[in-house]
Design a protein around this ligand. Structure first.
Ligand SMILES: Nc1nc2c(ncn2[C@@H]2O[C@H](COP(=O)(O)OP(=O)(O)O[C@H]3O[C@H](CO)[C@@H](O)[C@H](O)[C@@H]3O)[C@@H](O)[C@H]2O)c(=O)[nH]1
Length: 247
């Protein structure tokens, strides 16, 4: 059985997408953690850094990390300017060589210790999507002020009420997808901003993909700033209404 287990591990590869914008301080830590947890897991993997011309020199840090960990482990797919999170994923997927794709923030709010749990969950039910959730079981949020908690809870509550999505955390982005599933979902999704995460789950349900959930604790970034602003909230409500009317 040990040989069989090793064989099945040999068939899978995980591409971990890290979109970055001004993550100069966080990148060495997140990559060090990912490498440690993935090396321990025994699965093949690559980390794809999609930097959008960060003025703080994130790309130079990534280049340095590539020298340390190797070009097969750290893949750089930079873009010249800030084109947004949604298109950063699409760009990353194009270059991914794994049959599974893990999507996570690079700012340490998503702890790499959960990656093996996503993998285990996926294997347990052969799920098409495994979504990290802050809203069931041991999941939670640390470090957000009242306003940010209210926005997140409100967005989730409204979406649950209007769209019955079949997952408890719609706005989070810590997720594992089968690569072909993710490709189909990103092709179907029309949103560009934060609302993109929610639309992915709605489309997954629409296409009858199976969704598993893993409780995660989300810790607010220590270094740098969130890019969530008023216009993103407006875009979210607009996207929600659109999906309500069309799905
Ligand atoms: N390449 C690229 N990366 C970006 C861009 N904007 C943000 N990022 C990167 O995307 C990740 C998340 O960005 P933040 O701006 O820190 O997100 P947040 O406000 O903390 O929001 C998180 O929580 C939201 C709600 O729970 C999520 O909706 C969102 O996807 C993200 O996970 C970070 O790694 C950040 O560097 C961009 O335009 N381009």
């Amino acid at each position: 059985t040990e040989i069989m287990a090793k064989d099945s591990k040999a068939n899978d590869k995980y591409s971990i997408l890290l979109p970055t914008y001004n993550e100069h301080d966080n990148l060495p830590i997140i990559i060090w953690l990912i490498v440690n947890y993935m090396d321990k897991s025994g699965y093949d993997y690559e980390v794809i850094v999609i930097d959008d011309g960060s003025p703080d020199g994130t790309l130079e840090v990534a280049e340095q990390l590539q020298k340390i960990y190797g070009e097969d482990k750290i893949v750089l797919r930079p873009r010249a300017k800030k084109l947004g999170l949604g298109t950063a994923y699409v760009h990353g997927i194009k270059h991914a060589t794994g049959n599974f794709i893990m999507i996570m923030d690079a700012d340490l709010s998503h702890h790499p210790k959960f990656i093996p749990e996503f993998i285990k969950k996926q294997k347990s039910g052969n799920y098409d999507v495994v979504s990290g959730t802050r809203y069931i079981g041991t999941g939670g949020v640390y470090g957000w002020d009242f306003k940010r908690k209210l926005v997140s809870r409100g967005a989730n509550y409204l979406t649950q009420l209007m769209l019955r999505p079949g997952a408890s955390d719609l706005t989070g982005s810590f997720r594992l997808y089968k690569k072909d599933v993710l490709q189909k979902l990103t092709e179907a999704c029309i949103s560009k901003g934060y609302v993109f995460q929610m639309e992915m789950i709605i489309r997954a349900r629409q296409f009858n993909y199976t969704i598993g959930e893993v409780p995660i604790t989300f810790v607010d970034r220590v270094y740098g700033e969130s890019k969530l602003g008023g216009s993103e909230i407006f875009q979210f409500v607009k996207g929600l209404l659109y999906l309500f009317a069309t799905t």
